[in-house]
Design a protein around this ligand. Structure first.
Ligand SMILES: Cc1cc2nc3c(=O)[nH]c(=O)nc-3n(C[C@H](O)[C@H](O)[C@H](O)COP(=O)(O)OP(=O)(O)OC[C@H]3O[C@@H](n4cnc5c(N)ncnc54)[C@H](O)[C@@H]3O)c2cc1C
Length: 427
């Protein structure tokens, strides 16, 4: 049975038992009010409560209802920006710190899962593969750079013949294998974080949409039926921010991405198309990514749109991407298809900021948020409790505003995105 109040998806249908959290009614007071209960907000709330603060966490829908409960579940080290580019932008010291924190973010996810005994099908291994042979050299150079410049050895270049063996297709070429990368059931991870946060003392409210807030001395947050008096406000709404905070809305662009889940595959089929049961992502601009679920379904992510609505027939919208690489799967039944909204930034690095003395934001993980949003929440908690250095290292990365700001960013983005996705197909 599908979890009530969530987008219909394989994840909602296979979710662990969930506690319901009340709607906020009336007035409360807490040290910190966190808005949005995805990984960012859940992690911030959990880490703050563990430090002894009183924390309220307000979620417009249900915990993990947003991207955190709908994503591909890939947990990988690194950033969307190369280390060498980061060095050019923010200097070597900051770039090194950002790289180290990306490693830490994956360990953090694993540690939280272990510490709070979250049942979320956690498995090891992420394989990035070249969708075109001309990407092979880039993979080789990228792995060499990590070995030599970053002294990071938990990544291997994979020859095309080995990729073919691992994935049962020669449509992909070379690969890079992140041996300490991981994959998981994203909604169950979010539900587990929520349970841990509540246990640590966080007051969680669902069906509680924040309508407005006031910062400064008498800071407070207003919802339809309630009010939170607070010292600090943390914004963790990511792709679902809407018009709540226009000062940071133009730093991100919400985009929709889609996933399907097939019927369960036979053991033999699983081993053929994913020999080592890893998470896979390819090098296309509009990425294809896939993995096996805990019950051996193929979860395939592919296709995006940039409008306010999802395609009517998501299974068929995504299926064509899957069949491009695995035409032999054409007879598989598709049991689920769903979409979610994530936020990207212009430079594809997360955007962290202290907008005012008592107003923080972390958003825009650009498809890398399972690990980085979990870390983002922890860094907000650190910053608020007096150690802002690591939060500031992210905040120092200059994040351009989308041309056209909040109102006119769409036409430019759509043209750009369509151009790159066409380039994927034809060049
Ligand atoms: C289809 C898809 C596949 C993806 N695959 C991957 C992947 O494989 N690996 C990876 O690392 N990342 C992936 N991502 C990205 C990742 O899911 C996100 O970066 C991450 O979940 C962001 O977490 P968050 O907490 O910042 O935002 P969200 O999880 O989106 O949470 C924001 C929350 O804020 C709430 N909210 C908004 N406005 C208000 C308000 N006014 N009042 C109260 N609450 C409000 C929303 O209801 C929502 O629950 C994917 C995303 C999608 C959509």
């Amino acid at each position: 049975m599908s979890l009530k109040g969530y987008e219909a998806s394989y994840y909602a249908a296979s979710a662990n038992a969930k506690q319901d959290y009340p709607e906020l009614q009336g007035e409360i007071s807490t040290d910190i009010c966190v808005i949005g209960a995805g990984y960012t907000g859940l992690s911030a709330a959990l880490h703050l409560a563990e430090k002894g603060y009183s924390v309220s966490l307000l979620e417009a829908e249900k915990v993990g209802w947003g991207a955190s409960g709908r994503n591909g579940g890939q947990v990988c080290q690194g950033h969307n920006m190369d280390h060498a580019d980061m060095v050019r932008k923010v200097g070597k010291q900051n770039a090194d710190a950002l790289w180290q924190m990306s490693l830490e973010s994956v360990d953090l996810v694993k540690d939280l899962i272990a510490k709070h005994q979250i049942q979320c099908d956690l498995k090891q291994g992420v394989l990035h593969v070249a969708a075109k042979t001309k990407h092979n050299d880039e993979f080789k150079e990228s792995v060499e750079y990590k070995h030599k410049v970053l002294d990071y050895q938990d990544i291997q270049y994979v020859e095309p013949s080995e990729v073919a063996d691992m994935l049962g297709t020669d449509r992909y070429s070379a690969g890079e294998y992140w041996t300490r990368g991981a994959h998981l059931h994203p909604l169950n991870y979010a539900l587990g974080l929520a349970a841990a946060a509540e246990k640590a003392g966080v007051a969680i409210y669902e069906d509680t949409r924040v309508q407005s807030y006031q910062t400064g001395q008498n800071a407070h947050v207003i919802t339809e039926s309630g009010r939170v008096n607070t010292k600090y406000i943390l914004l963790a709404c990511n792709g679902y921010l809407g018009k709540l905070e226009p000062r940071v809305a133009g730093k991100i662009m919400p985009i929709n991405n889609f996933i399907l889940a097939t019927e369960p595959l036979s053991e033999e089929m699983c081993r053929r198309i994913n020999r080592d049961d890893v998470a896979v992502a390819d090098s296309r601009f509009v990425i294809n990514y896939f993995k096996l679920s805990g019950d051996n379904r193929l979860l395939w992510g592919g296709g995006e749109n940039y409008t306010s609505s999802f395609p009517k027939d998501i299974p068929n919208f995504v299926r064509k991407y899957m069949l491009e690489f695995y035409p032999e799967l054409k007879d598989l039944r598709i049991d689920y298809g769903w979409g979610g909204t994530l936020a990207i930034t212009m430079n594809r690095m997360p955007f962290f900021d202290r907008i005012e003395d008592n107003l923080f934001v972390a958003q825009g993980y650009s498809g890398h948020g399972v690990a980085l949003a979990t870390l983002g929440g922890k860094l907000m908690a650190e910053a608020l409790s007096g150690s802002a250095e690591r939060f500031d290292t992210f905040a120092r990365m200059p994040t351009p505003t989308f041309p056209g700001g909040t109102l006119l960013r769409w036409p430019g983005l759509v043209t750009g995105m369509l151009y790159y996705s066409m380039r994927d197909r034809f060049f």
